[in-house]
Design a protein. Structure first.
Length: 104
């Protein structure tokens, strides 16, 4: 099982999700730790090579950017609630900055 590393305030942001969304996101990240794909995800090449987005649709739209192709760790780069159709440029920039911090 991969070690999970939360970058910046990603853990605190996830803790602010409503209970159902937080629980669902935790289950999806556990799947990733076990070497499985989340049930709903997509690649986020604008953040970095190998970065994916977990998508949770429970009482709103909740997202987490993560990467697993660096060592034996699951890096959660950013977690947020999505309120518009398109991902905010600020969320993309924050994910990209944290991706660079891990030396990728």
């Amino acid at each position: 099982m991969q070690t999970i590393i939360f970058m910046g305030d990603s853990r605190e942001r996830m803790r602010e999700f409503p209970d159902a969304a937080r629980y669902a996101m935790g289950r999806q990240l556990l799947r990733v730790q076990q070497g499985l794909d989340p049930q709903d995800w997509k690649p986020i090449k604008t953040v970095g090579a190998g970065v994916r987005e977990v998508r949770v649709h429970t009482g709103g739209q909740f997202r987490a950017f993560y990467v697993t192709n660096i060592g034996n760790a699951l890096y959660v780069l950013h977690a947020f609630q999505k309120k518009t159709q398109q991902t905010s440029p600020n969320d993309i920039a924050l994910g990209r900055e944290r991706f660079r911090q891990i030396g990728a």
